[in-house]
Design a protein around this ligand. Structure first.
Ligand SMILES: Cc1cc2nc3c(=O)[nH]c(=O)nc-3n(C[C@H](O)[C@H](O)[C@H](O)COP(=O)(O)OP(=O)(O)OC[C@H]3O[C@@H](n4cnc5c(N)ncnc54)[C@H](O)[C@@H]3O)c2cc1C
Length: 438
């Protein structure tokens, strides 16, 4: 079989690329390992409830991509304001923590402000020690010891399950908002500031959960093969082999499968690259979703849990912020446990989740739970350590030399959003359009 562009992976990145190639009348084939397209943006329906692979809300940075997505989605999205909070010291405070201390115990607010000011003074007088470029130091230097100790460090330790002194700061960008002293004071005195951050307003389909988005993108794509994984790749001969043994000859290859897996499948790749790819790391997430037979128990979109006594780092309720995910007078909750390695200790997570939700009074007893759907995300958050920074660009450049474009959250091995996956798919289609013969 011969095709101009072979797209491996039918998540948002692969689908957007195919969509654009189709409008340019370029031949493509999507090969997807799972029975269904959508990747991380699939949704599970159970007894009238809809669950995503943990909270998935669309937010935009680039107006052009926003416009493109809205055009593809004539049925329109629900638009909502985020209501995210942090639970610590038995109190819910508004997100972001650093701007909204009101409600915390007096000593904690005092410590947060005092240490922040101390740190600012140190920086003004240039006593600042050189930054190591790692997250832990960055937290102390930007927020001071109070906010670092009371939120940033414990929360991120729980999330990453990786030493924060080895985590670089390249993933942060808009995900960790900085704070100014006047904002801290205002927030400590009770003037809530909740519009900070990249996702203060978000979009969500009216029905069928977040999976409605990839489904719309795929709706008029004719060339998709599902339940077939890429198993082998010969980059010199430009030949891919999929699980049923079919050999596919291509001119361009676009891959959105995890970068280390792509490298592993390449015949004759230099050993050094293979070893480098093997050392790329990720944190996994075990996501437990509950369909409840009670009305909405909490008003929050999601809640961050920095304290150790809660096994999960984040929990939330999709039905608190959008409609169409739970039957009338019923509701949904989800919790997220991160883990590293192959051992996810699921049974313990499941027990802990039910116990803690009762302690929080989000449910009265297990009888409130009608449905539980457990979902595993093996590469939820790629780890930005020094090795990643040295390796990823090198691997991507090697692949590009063979007209292989590795894109998407795991193809680029980055902390990306749905918008960025789509943007990369569109951009690569444009590159292929320019480089291919008419
Ligand atoms: C916990 C979590 C929460 C998130 N929340 C949000 C959010 O609220 N908002 C937001 O914008 N983004 C969010 N994201 C990010 C978003 O999900 C991703 O950026 C986006 O879905 C990535 O799309 P993709 O196409 O790059 O990758 P994927 O969705 O991973 O698609 C890759 C596809 O490749 C397939 N595949 C893998 N191996 C093979 C193989 N060998 N052969 C063929 N196919 C293969 C997979 O089955 C998959 O379908 C979140 C991510 C996580 C982990």
């Amino acid at each position: 079989m011969k095709i101009q562009t072979l797209i491996i992976g039918g998540g948002l990145a692969g689908l957007a690329c195919a969509k654009k190639l189709q409008t340019q009348s370029k031949a493509y084939l999507i090969v997807e390992k799972e029975a269904e397209i959508g990747g991380l943006c699939r949704s599970i329906q159970s007894r009238g409830f809809t669950f995503d692979y943990t909270g998935h809300f669309l937010h935009f940075k680039n107006p052009k991509i926003q416009q493109w997505i809205l055009q593809q989605f004539p049925q329109g999205f629900q638009t909502r304001r985020r209501h995210a909070v942090i639970f610590s010291h038995q109190t819910y405070t508004e997100y972001p923590y650093q701007e909204n201390n009101f409600g915390l115990p007096f000593e904690i607010i005092q410590e947060n402000i005092h240490e922040f000011l101390n740190q600012q003074l140190l920086q003004t007088h240039r006593h600042k020690s050189g930054s190591s470029g790692h997250f832990e130091d960055w937290c102390y230097q930007n927020f001071g010891r109070g906010i670092a100790k009371n939120f940033m460090i414990p929360y991120n330790r729980k999330l990453w399950k990786f030493p924060l002194s080895q985590l670089t700061t390249h993933w942060m960008g808009r995900f960790v908002p900085q704070v100014k002293i006047h904002q801290m004071i205002k927030g400590a005195l009770g003037q809530t500031q909740s519009s900070t951050g990249y996702n203060a307003v978000f979009f969500y389909p009216r029905s069928n959960g977040i999976s409605a988005l990839p489904k719309v993108l795929a709706s008029n794509l004719s060339n998709i093969v599902t339940s077939q994984a890429l198993v082998h790749l010969n980059v010199k001969k430009k030949k891919a082999v999929i699980a049923n043994g079919t050999e596919i000859q291509y001119e361009f290859l676009v891959s959105s499968i995890p970068l280390p897996y792509l490298i592993e499948k390449i015949e004759g790749i230099p050993d050094t690259l293979k070893k480098q790819a093997k050392r790329l790391k990720a944190t996994s997430v075990f996501n437990i979703n509950f369909g409840l037979n009670i009305p909405q128990p909490i008003p929050y979109s999601w809640v961050y849990f920095p304290e150790k006594e809660f096994g999960f780092h984040r929990a939330g309720s999709v039905s608190a912020c959008v409609t169409g995910v739970a039957p009338r007078n019923k509701s949904t909750l989800y919790v997220e446990y991160s883990y590293r390695g192959h051992q996810s200790n699921r049974e313990q997570f499941k027990k802990d989740a039910r116990r803690q939700l009762q302690r929080l009074h989000w449910i009265r007893s297990e009888k409130d739970i009608e449905v539980e759907v457990d979902l595993d995300l093996p590469h939820a958050y790629v780890i930005y350590d020094d090795h990643r920074e040295k390796t990823v660009q090198h691997l991507l450049a090697w692949l590009e030399h063979y007209k292989i474009y590795s894109i998407g959250r795991y193809g680029r091995w980055e902390y990306g959003s749905m918008e960025s996956a789509i943007a990369q798919g569109l951009e690569i289609a444009e590159t292929i359009h320019k480089r291919s013969h008419p």
